[in-house]
Design a protein around this ligand. Structure first.
Ligand SMILES: [Zn+2]
Length: 73
């Protein structure tokens, strides 16, 4: 019984470590920290849920897309 409990505890600790590492990695890469890359405003949670990779708020993303399109022509 004790051994099983111990193993379970260790597995949970390991999982928590992994999640923590991933979160630190994501922060380190500067990807999706919830703030707009251009205007530093907080990206709405609703937008992050729909597009977790979003790095800009809706307004700045629209502007970025327009600039990108302009740059290609
Ligand atoms: Zn913005």
């Amino acid at each position: 019984m004790d051994i099983i409990d111990d193993a379970q505890l260790r597995t949970e600790e390991m999982l928590q470590d992994t999640v923590g590492n991933i979160q630190a990695e994501v922060r380190g890469m500067g990807v999706v920290d919830g703030f707009c890359e251009d205007c530093d405003c907080l990206i709405p949670e609703k937008r992050l849920k729909a597009a977790p990779w979003a790095r800009r708020c809706v307004a700045c993303q629209a502007e970025y897309e327009t600039e990108k399109r302009r740059g290609h022509k």
